[in-house]
Design a binder for this molecule. Sequence first.
Ligand code: FE2
Ligand code: FE2
Length: 287
Amino acid sequence: MTSLSSLQATISKITTIPTLPTVITRISKLLQNPQTSAEEIGKVITTDQALTTKVLKLVNSAFYGFPGKIGTITHAIVILGFSTVANIVLTASILDVFRRKSNEGAAFDMEKFWLHSIATGAAAQAIAKFIGSSQKEECFIAGLIHDIGKIILCQYQPAAFDQVLQDAQQKQILFYESEKAQFDVTHQEIGGMLAEHWNLPAALTAAIKYHHIPSTSRDFFSVTAIVHCADIFVRAMDVGNGGDEKIPCMAEVAWNNLGLENVPLPTLIEKINDEIERSTVFLQMIN
Ligand SMILES: [Fe+2]
Ligand SMILES: [Fe+2]
């Protein structure tokens, strides 16, 4: 069994991942200052030309659905606002960090993993919109990265990760149950450590840490609960795959707390489906 300390050492190895901390930290600092102008934020983002291109591609995609062509970051900020653009930059940066990290020959299907992740983000956003939550963008990002701990384990502990995958499939158990047996910790804790290391907003960190057991997420329950439900919907709808075949049970406390107990399911599923269809732009970015 791999010890927690060796997993923490694993996390410390990935501190060299560049894009996320620098650009995101600089933007977060600027956003804290009410005097910051759209030009200043635009300048920081455009120091990274590749990132700028991706952000503009997202901004102009059907997923965000803004009419007309947005040609510059400054223009995007004026039209969409600081926080939306900051969230788009965060999304593009995260996708950038993990893109093209193929694991050829390994049993874990990265393509299906990302399909699952992007669909969970889209589903979380759809649920957030459905219940009138003001945190739809946070929900999208949280859904997108809820299983990010799996990528870390797959890349840095490949042999043990393959064993987890095999056990999950052969014993027909949930992925995190298999991880618990193999590592004693799960992708929730590993992803949570990465999120803390990156100084991601607390609501995102909580959603990553507690998405399988949302009742343990006290402070940021609603984003966690939305991601929990979105994850299960996407699995039940069979979009992508996160490494196991078993569909976990929906936590009643999450479902009820979001006020979903009396909603007509077909209507909600239709909204989720529409949002997933619009999210294909993210798949193109990960390849
Ligand atoms: Fe998970
Ligand atoms: Fe998942």
